[in-house]
Design a protein around this ligand. Sequence first.
Ligand code: G6P
Ligand code: MG
Length: 224
Amino acid sequence: MMKSQFKKAFIFDLDGVIVDTAKFHFLAWKNLAESLEVSFSEEENEQLKGVSRINSLQKILEWGNKSISEDKFNSLMAQKNEEYLAFVDRMSPEDILPGVLETLTYLKENNYPIALGSASKNARHILTKVGLTSYFDHIVDGNEVSKAKPDPEVFLKGCELLGVEPEQAIVFEDSQAGIKAANTAHMLSVGIGDKAVLSEADFNFEGFTELTEDTLKTLTNFKK
Ligand code: G6P
Ligand code: MG
């Protein structure tokens, strides 16, 4: 039996890691930005990944040099979420990204503690839609944190609930903000997606299909 201080735990981001909801966020933000005549491309979108809904809208307004009333701000947030949820409504277990289920199954079978660490207030709803809730020992989402990524609060809460030190945590993230958060908290950061975009990560993979059992063992044995 391994001593608990050497035990590793896994924290998964949700959007863009477990499911490809990043594209739904992109479409909804793009529509909103265009309605305000603010230009919005993949490049701007990259800066919104992992960022809370409120901070995302603030950024779009800053980019367009726009100032709006509080009422308008709140109605835009509601409108964006409504549009986003219309996409989410059509989701099913088929939307789980390739390799994710295999990785979660392997980790569960090997008794690794697993948490979700997401900025999204819709995280629980999405996990239910795709049937993955039971894989997670703990879920920390946008309803439970006050400081958004790149602040590490969401991951630190995950560690606390899992009963591990930050140094024992391995974080899967598709966003620059999330990789920063994991690094700041001295966790092992694993970038899922474009290596050029996630160059600050300790390890990079295009997707979970690359994460074989041997690769997962390398991650759990790695000392940062
Ligand atoms: C994730 C996504 C962001 C999104 C944020 C809040 O971190 O990467 O694009 O803005 O969650 O999501 P929500 O579902 O609460 O609007
Ligand atoms: Mg993400």
